[in-house]
Design a protein around this ligand. Structure first.
Ligand SMILES: [Fe+2]
Ligand SMILES: [Fe+2]
Length: 244
């Protein structure tokens, strides 16, 4: 598998899932911002494209990443179930936990570190938006995709929907992803890449570790939806309509 500096981050992440760990290590967004070329992404991350290409060439192409590899082939029903159980559940647990850590850290260190206030406010909005977004996916989009798959296996027409075609909700979900991606990036910048200030207490550390993990999970979650689930669902619907 040969990539160049003009290959997009998204195509590399899809063709070589183990590359995701490298992108994460350099703080490169491969999901919402995945349409960038490797050259653009490396400039933003402050690393040379040659260094990134070298790192990618060291990867063992045979080694499958169990977190990502099966999802190109697995059923869409199992993929939606995996997203809900693994990623949605994680967000539902982490949002209240991180909000409460923000409260504690802000009350103790807010005057010395004024960036904590906008960070905590933005995270509060981001969390609320994500909870609403996931509810829409679980109540509307995912059941439609599961039904679409069942019907196509039985050779019947795609189910009727109030939204017409799957493109519409997918477009809305992708807009939400983009906004959330920008917000977590903003929080990363305010915190200087989640770098702890001198003398940070254990709660401060727990907050920054939690935010870093939250960002990583968000990128994996959005990658599975934007780059695998949504294109496969759109393709399946188009195929079912063409056959009908
Ligand atoms: Fe989701
Ligand atoms: Fe989503």
């Amino acid at each position: 598998m040969t990539f160049t500096s003009s290959s997009t981050v998204r195509e590399i992440a899809l063709q070589l899932p183990s590359s995701i760990r490298i992108f994460e290590a350099f703080g490169i967004d491969y999901c919402c911002g995945g349409n960038k070329s490797l050259m653009q992404a490396s400039q933003q991350a402050g690393v040379s494209p040659e260094r990134l290409l070298e790192k990618l060439s060291e990867l063992d192409v045979q080694s499958a990443d169990p977190d990502f590899s099966p999802w190109q082939q697995a059923s869409l029903s199992s993929l939606t179930q995996h997203i809900a159980e693994r990623h949605h559940e994680f967000v539902r647990n982490e949002v209240p936990r991180l909000n409460s850590l923000f409260e504690k850290v802000r009350s103790r260190h807010g005057s010395a570190h004024p960036e904590l206030t906008p960070m905590s406010l933005l995270f509060g909005f981001l969390g609320e938006d994500m909870l609403n977004h996931m509810q829409k996916e679980e109540q509307v989009l995912f059941p439609y995709i599961q039904r679409l798959e069942q019907d196509s296996e039985q050779g019947t027409l795609p189910p009727a929907t109030p939204f017409g075609s799957v493109d519409r909700p997918v477009e809305c979900m992708m807009r939400d992803h983009e906004k959330t991606g920008r917000e977590i990036q903003q929080i990363r910048e305010w915190s200087n890449g989640f770098t702890l200030p001198e003398g940070a207490c254990l709660t401060y550390r727990a907050l920054y570790d939690g935010l870093r993990e939250f960002e990583q999970d968000l990128h994996r979650h959005v990658h599975l939806e934007n780059n695998i689930l949504f294109p496969r669902a759109i393709g399946l619907e188009a195929k079912a309509c063409a056959l009908a």
